[in-house]
Design a protein around this ligand. Structure first.
Ligand code: E4P
Length: 221
């Protein structure tokens, strides 16, 4: 599973990129607004940090506005994936401009039927939101499983991007369920490293080593 960072914060992106395991980035209007910098400028900076697919979302809700924004966003960098909401206008825009070679991430997907529409429209990526379904007491991970089966049944090339992942457990479950990509807030990526047995094991290895080799070194003095 590819790992994307779900942030528009440059410090977080630099830290994540430095670990050598970040394959791409997703942003949304809320994340861009949090940084307080115009989307085209911020997306350019993100493209300079991470060499992979970078999702940039439109804010228009009508087809004509989405088309105009999609052209502008796609021109920013070759790695841009234009993000549109899973609405009638979003699907229409995806179907039309995918044929021209613009790559789309269809976002705010909450049902397998919606994911079918995204694939039919030729989306490059579909983004089902796991955590937001969990928030309303539905099993978000079931959605990833269902979409994986549907896309496999019909050989749809659309990639499933598990979004709204809130914990390391979510990340592992999304990978088991067959998501092609998981997008993670920086905090969740950082938490993925942690295991108490790793810490305890490392401490023990270093103590055992130090006991023998430091003693030898001090007896030679
Ligand atoms: C990514 O594409 C989504 O915008 C993001 O994962 C949403 O996450 P949230 O539900 O935690 O805001």
């Amino acid at each position: 599973m590819k790992i994307f960072l779900d942030t528009a914060n440059l410090d977080e992106l630099r830290k994540g990129a430095d670990w050598g395991i970040v394959d791409g980035v997703t942003t949304n209007p809320s994340l861009i607004a949090k940084e307080g910098i115009a989307i085209d400028e911020q997306i350019k900076r993100i493209c300079d940090i991470v060499d992979g697919d970078i999702s940039a979302e439109v804010v228009s809700t009508d087809h004509a506005g989405m088309v105009e924004e999609a052209y502008k966003l796609a021109k920013i960098h070759k790695n841009i994936v234009v993000k549109v909401p899973l609405t009638r206008d979003g699907i229409k825009t995806t179907a039309k401009l995918s044929k021209e070679g613009i790559r789309f991430n269809v976002t705010l997907c909450f049902s397998a039927g919606q994911a079918l529409l995204a694939a039919k429209a030729g989306a490059y990526i579909v983004s089902p939101f796991v955590g937001r379904l969990d928030d309303i007491a539905l099993e978000g991970m079931n959605l990833i499983r269902e979409i994986a089966v549907i896309y496999k049944n019909y050989n749809f090339p659309t990639q499933i991007l598990a979004a709204s992942l809130r914990s390391p457990l979510h990340v592992a479950q999304a990978a088991v369920a067959g998501a092609h990509i998981g997008t993670l807030p920086f905090k969740v990526l950082d938490m993925l490293f942690n295991h108490p047995l790793t810490d305890r094991g490392l401490e023990q290895f270093l103590n055992d080593y130090a006991k023998v080799f430091q003693e030898q070194a001090s007896s030679r003095r």
